[in-house]
Design a protein around this ligand. Sequence first.
Ligand code: TXE
Length: 493
Amino acid sequence: MTLARFKMCIDGQWVDALSGKTFKSLDPSSAEAWAELPDADQADVEQAVQAAQKAFENPAWRNLSATGRGKLLRRLGDLIADNKEHLAQLESRDNGKLIRETRGQVNYLPEFFHYTAGLADKLEGGTLPLDKPDMFAYTTHEPLGVVAGIIPWNSPLYLTAIKLAPALAAGNTIVLKPSEHASATILELARLALEAGFPAGVVNVVTGFGPSTGAALTRHPLVRKIAFTGGAATARHVVRSSAENFARLSLELGGKSPNIIFADADLDSAINGAVAGIYAASGQSCVAGSRLLVQEDIYDDFVERLIERASRIRIGNPQDDASEMGPMATAQQLAVVEGLVADALAEGARLRLGGKRPAIDARGWYYEPTLLECDSHSMKIMQEEVFGPVASVIRFKDEAQALAMANDSQFGLAAGIWTRDLGRAHRMAKGVRSGIVWVNTYRAVSAMAPIGGFNNSGYGRESGIDSVLAYTELKTVWINLSQEPMPDPFVMR
Ligand code: TXE
């Protein structure tokens, strides 16, 4: 097969790595190479960061009004809409996500740019009601400078949009480092940003591997903020890099989210919600509802019905409209899933569904929808993120026990609550320690709704009205109104 060849975007130019090195991206549905990309090292990263710093100081960007930045973002949103089918096909090809899922995500993608475009000129500072009559003071929100966006493979366009749009709305410049497993659509996004009219160097993309390209970027002294989505182990490297120059950080690190089904829930909806939570996107979702907590009165019925529904899931080529579950994005991820299921079985979990690769005519990294019954919430499979189509289910007696189990986790990204009791819905929503709570629904997103986690799920929030502020510094300006000479210099005023 002839490989698609991509170049990186540095300072508005499409370039190879200075070393000439490349790497191949594999198609998860066939395990075959389909694309070749530049393998950037420190020298390329240096050029990208310098280009972003130069663009940050360039009056064409620095002096562009907030209204002007908003217009560019709106145009970028429109261009994404014009190119939506191409982007959806490309992302599905690159990371093995279902075409119906990538279409859904890309159809909604312009909203992130349109919504954030409207925030660009609403970054208002304040005037301070000072208790010093001869002084006047006000605050302004100013851009940080160069932002590094580190992107994982599971939803590259979406996870880039929620970093790129606010960073640009606030007047920063950015260097994006997509995952080595799924870079293609981020390069296309940079192409659209140039077409929209963002000056050269405002949006740059370097492609390559985490420990080389990613690490060179995150430890660069000119990088003022790192916006990271990925795994906890990598996040610890990123946090250490940031310590060198105290770069601002936002971290979104996934979770082990509880999906809690009470006996009074609409069971048909709850079954769909459980499927959406863990089998959609083959479970490769930061908000996956991988812990199913089910009230004892309906437990047996729920488990049987879930098995019946999940065993009908059509596994197949992600590019096929009829498929409901595609492959794991990488061979490593498939190995992680297989390892964690083996550990769970060794620890005493009962396999009720799946637990193996499906017998389909494809060489890709497919894994069946899997359900494990657990008697103890302290089992590893109840505590560790799998990032695959593996749900572990356990019964609970009452609300108090459900809440205790829900919060017995190192993570805290999302939670689902299924009940018809309004009071219970609010009590649980208040009690659960997570950044997102869905009641009688799951995996809903909006440009207006902040996402981010409690505990080891990371810190900082993306999306929503405050997301742009997270890409700014606050400045306080003091004006002395007095006509008198400066008083005693040794006393604080
Ligand atoms: O992610 P990594 P991986 C979880 C999930 C998964 C695990 C590992 O549990 O099994 O993480 O996945 C870049 N300096 N999530 O290994 O390594 C890397 O190149 C700077 C949850 O794929 O975190 C990629 O661009 N950057 C998650 C990005 O970090 C480095 C989504 C993410 O890769 C780097 C994905 C370094 N030293 C996985 N090393 C979510 N929150 O949704 C790697 N990178």
